[in-house]
Ligand binder design. Sequence first.
Ligand code: ADE
Length: 249
Amino acid sequence: MTTAILSALLEEQSGLVAMLQYPQRRVHAGRVFWTGSLHGRSVVLALSGIGKVAAATTATALIERFGVARIVFTGVAGGVGEGVRVGDVVVAQDYVQHDMDASPLFPRWELPGYARARLACDAALSALLLEAAHACVASAQGQFDLKTANATLQVHHGLMASGDRFVSAAHESDRLRTALREAGHEVLAVEMEGAAVAQVCMDYGVPFAAVRTISDRADDTAHGDFALFVQTVASRYADHMVQSFLEKL
Ligand code: ADE
């Protein structure tokens, strides 16, 4: 039973590759896949690429070519929900594609052909990620020079939104949160890949779970906050999270 660990960024993946035992590098569909053993588990490490299509291709390759039994995504996200701060961790309960709009043919956000807007993550894998996230946050507390250094870091569990857009203006994230809320969807964070991987995994019946550390607030300073977080903190979170998760598997 091989577990795929999908990372969004090279910065988040490099620590995992360095720890891999019996590493083998394989190139397929223009992507690099690392197979081997990590913390005693058989894994494939891959980069999702940026955006929904790149992530869907990577997920499909992981399933079709590498026969993975489950896919776990680790990465960063922009905090959109109130109280979701830089340094917090969000474990996805389910996903919506915020740029999916086939209205008036289908209700806003509904995935045509799926009769729903929200795609659920695997409950058992998500529970393990939640435990890993709590362990990770407890040890990260006060360690990093975060924008929210004075606040207690929190773990959240709920709806994540993906779309092919880096949300970098407060008015845009406010609009997204409000529009989703009016339709009964309380969104916690925004990123650019997870919902696509969730859709591919649903198509193939492969369990999927995702955890994202909040790098920015998807507001007017998001681009700078994101870059700083990725350079300084993201890989330490990813290493710890993945270790903790694999040990519980
Ligand atoms: N990933 C991290 N921050 C993000 C943002 N603000 N928008 C989209 N994806 C992100």
